[in-house]
Design a protein around this ligand. Sequence first.
Ligand SMILES: [Fe+2]
Ligand SMILES: [Fe+2]
Length: 197
Amino acid sequence: MIDPRIMEMQEYLKENLSDKRFRHSLNVATAAKKLAEINGADPDKCYLAGLLHDICKEIDPELQIMLMKRSGYEISEVEWGAPKTHHAIAGAQFVKEFYKITDPDVCDPIRWHTVGKGGMSIYEKILYMADLISEERSYPDADRIRRITYRDLNRGLFEAFKFMIVDKIGQKLLPQSTVDAYNEYTALELKRLADKK
Ligand SMILES: [Fe+2]
Ligand SMILES: [Fe+2]
C-alpha cells in the first residue's frame, strides 16, 4: 500500500528542492515503479524510494554529515572524501528520523543510490537504475541504457557501472563497493555472452 503521506512528502520536496530536482524525483519514482512492475518487486515501495532518494541533496553539508554519522551505515573513506555522495547516506537516515520509515527496501536503496555495491537487493538495483534512466536524463547513452534496463535489469546495471567507471577513471577515486558492483555485473554479462555462443 502506498504511504498515505505521499502528498505531504511531495509538498516537502517541492519546498526543499529546486524545480529541476523536484521533477527529477517524480520521474525517478515513476521509473522505479515501472521497473518494479517488470521485475516482480513492490511498486509502492519503489515509488516511495524514488520519490525520496534525493531528499537531502540540497540541505546544508554539515547537516548531511551529522545525519551520516547517526546512520549506522558503514561508510568508506572514499565516500567521506566525496561530498557529492553524502546526500544518499544522509537521505536514508533523514527518512528514518523525519518520516519514521524503517523498511530496508526503502531506506537501503536510498543509501546506496550513488555508489552501488555488490550483492544489491532487487530494491537497491531498481532505484540505482531508475535514477539513471528517469525520463529527463539526456546524457549521450541515456536512451540506450534505458532501453536495455527495461528489457534486462542486470544488463542495465552492467552498462551503468561501465559508463560510470569510465567517466571517473583518472579523475575520481572509486569506492570499493562500486568496484564490487562493476565486477558482479561484468561477470554476469560475460557469462551471458559465453552462453550465447
Ligand atoms: Fe542522488
Ligand atoms: Fe537522483
